[in-house]
Write a protein that binds this ligand. Structure first.
Ligand SMILES: NC(=O)c1ccc[n+]([C@@H]2O[C@H](COP(=O)([O-])OP(=O)(O)OC[C@H]3O[C@@H](n4cnc5c(N)ncnc54)[C@H](O)[C@@H]3O)[C@@H](O)[C@H]2O)c1
Length: 255
């Protein structure tokens, strides 16, 4: 690799929801740090574009279609990963949706199930399929949210799903230590399609964007690179004595 030492040399990483947004930034950052990255996503066209772009850059990445909420799809994707790399080192459970923001009383069961099935069940399915095959000393990172830690209006299913990831992390620390470390990222508002979709739903998106930024001590929304930097730390040996931690990355929002 050009530019000296890399932080994930000889590592194999699996990143879900890798076609765009935070997942794509994590995948790109890991690949640039020397990892072979398996990109998993259910949106195949952008997944293939990103895998090709990374390959053109001379980086090691392959895209595999995967709907994390579907057990058969997860089984097939994990089999494809293991056929190439029987013992990966890093798993980032990033795939997530916030498709039906509403209060608990305004959330119909089918919307609740859709959000929980990707954000929580999807993480469970991928973790269940892959963790037994991870190498000793592996690192698992679940991408949760500050909404796992603090209440917000009209986010019942999403918040519950992300809170579930923190509980899953703690139970995994009890079950999987010392072989595997498990940590969570808890981002605040990050500039991605998910954030733009949130703004598009309110009456005055620009006023809401200003309100969000004004409320942040660091006076800007997060970038996908802010989150990728933290993911890199938790995935690398630099965090080798950290497990069961929920790392908040939110510009000071939750202070
Ligand atoms: N953007 C934010 O403000 C923010 C804040 C906190 C947490 N997060 C979390 O970060 C993660 C990434 O969010 P983002 O903002 O990059 O979102 P995004 O919508 O930009 O990207 C999400 C990716 O996940 C994929 N995905 C969705 N459902 C899937 C499924 N069933 N199987 C496989 N892939 C699936 C999508 O195709 C997409 O490529 C999510 O878990 C989200 O909840 C985002």
């Amino acid at each position: 690799m050009p530019g000296g030492a890399v932080r994930l040399a000889d590592r194999v990483a699996v990143v879900t929801g890798a076609a765009r947004g935070i997942g794509a930034a994590i995948a790109q950052r890991f690949a640039r740090e020397g990892a072979f990255v398996h990109l998993l996503d259910n949106d195949v066209a952008p997944l293939e574009v990103l895998a090709r772009d990374l390959s053109v850059e001379g980086l090691a990445a392959v895209g595999t279609p995967c709907d994390v909420s579907d057990e058969a799809s997860v089984r097939a994707a994990v089999a494809a990963v293991l056929a190439r790399h029987p013992h990966p080192h890093i798993l980032v459970n990033n795939a997530g949706v916030n498709t039906h923001p509403a209060s608990v009383t305004e959330t119909p069961p089918e919307h609740w199930d859709q959000v929980l099935s990707t954000n929580l069940r999807g993480t469970y399915l991928v973790t269940r399929a892959l963790v037994p095959h991870l190498t000793d000393g592996a690192s698992v990172v679940h991408v949760a949210s500050v909404l796992a830690l603090e209440g917000a209006k009209a986010a019942a299913a999403y918040s519950a799903s992300k809170g579930g990831l923190l509980a899953l992390m703690r139970s995994m620390v009890a079950d999987c230590s010392p072989r595997v470390r498990v940590n969570c990222l808890c981002p605040g508002p990050v500039q991605t399609e998910m954030f733009e979709a949130y703004l598009a739903r309110v009456e005055d998106p620009e006023a809401e964007r200003r309100r969000v930024v004004d409320a942040l001590p660091l006076q800007r929304v997060g970038t996908v690179e802010d989150i990728a930097n933290a993911a890199l730390f938790l995935a690398s040996e630099e965090s080798s004595w950290i497990t069961g931690h929920a790392l908040v990355i939110d510009g000071g929002d939750s202070v």
